[in-house]
Design a protein around this ligand. Structure first.
Ligand code: ITT
Length: 196
């Protein structure tokens, strides 16, 4: 047993849980939805990363009454009004990365401005407040997919300051500068100096 306060990460993604556990295990007892035996799909219908992260965290907070946080991420391409944005996971109508990438490249055909950014938002609900933390990495969209590392849109995203895509770059480089890493850092800093 532990005397640390319990904090729920509203995710079913064990990879994300393990990554965060290593960073805050002295301060909170971090659990995921698996430990709560919660396997329902939580709707993500608000149209923004902030809204969706809040929707997930508040669903769990209301159900279990424990401090809770959730994340949502997406790729925002400036020339096409921020698409795929909050719809990044299902841009082509399915969760198929290759189809999502193909559609994005088609929609950017002949477009010169390839600037884009990845963004992650965390929403943390404590007993007395709601807090948001975000992380962004700027870059541009390549003309063709390159590299097998990572997931999602990594083979077509070239972060600022590099020529390779996230698909080609060493995993450690992505870990150090990604949107998720930056948002996680802000969340961790907050948790380290705050009592839940
Ligand atoms: P969970 O909610 O189950 O954690 P998800 O796929 O919805 O998984 P995110 O909310 O973090 O994960 O991201 C939404 C989509 O945005 C994701 O499916 C990818 O298509 C894209 N994406 C987010 N972060 C990415 C990254 O680091 N590299 C490539 N694509 C990413």
């Amino acid at each position: 047993m532990t005397d640390l306060p319990t904090l729920v990460f509203a995710t079913q993604n064990q990879g994300k849980l393990v990554e965060l556990k290593g960073l805050i295990s002295q301060k909170v007892h971090l659990i995921s939805l698996n430990e709560l035996n919660f396997d329902e799909d939580i709707p993500e219908t608000t149209g923004t990363l902030e809204g969706n992260a809040h929707q997930k965290a508040s669903t769990i907070y209301k159900r279990f009454g424990k401090p809770c946080f959730s994340d949502d991420s997406g790729l925002f391409v400036n020339a096409i009004d921020g698409a795929p944005g909050v719809d990044s996971a299902h841009y082509s109508g399915s969760r198929d990365n290759e189809k999502n990438i193909a559609l994005l490249l088609k929609n950017l055909d002949q477009i010169e401005d390839r600037s884009a950014y990845f963004k992650t938002v965390f929403c943390l609900i404590t007993h007395d407040n709601t807090h948001y933390f975000e992380g962004i990495v700027k870059g541009s969209i390549a003309n063709h997919p390159r590299g097998d590392n990572g997931f999602g849109y990594d083979p077509i995203f070239v972060p600022e300051g590099y020529h390779q895509t996230f698909g080609e770059l060493d995993k450690e480089i992505k870990k150090s500068l990604s949107h998720r890493a930056r948002a996680t850092q802000s969340l961790i800093e907050f948790l380290r100096k705050t009592d839940l």
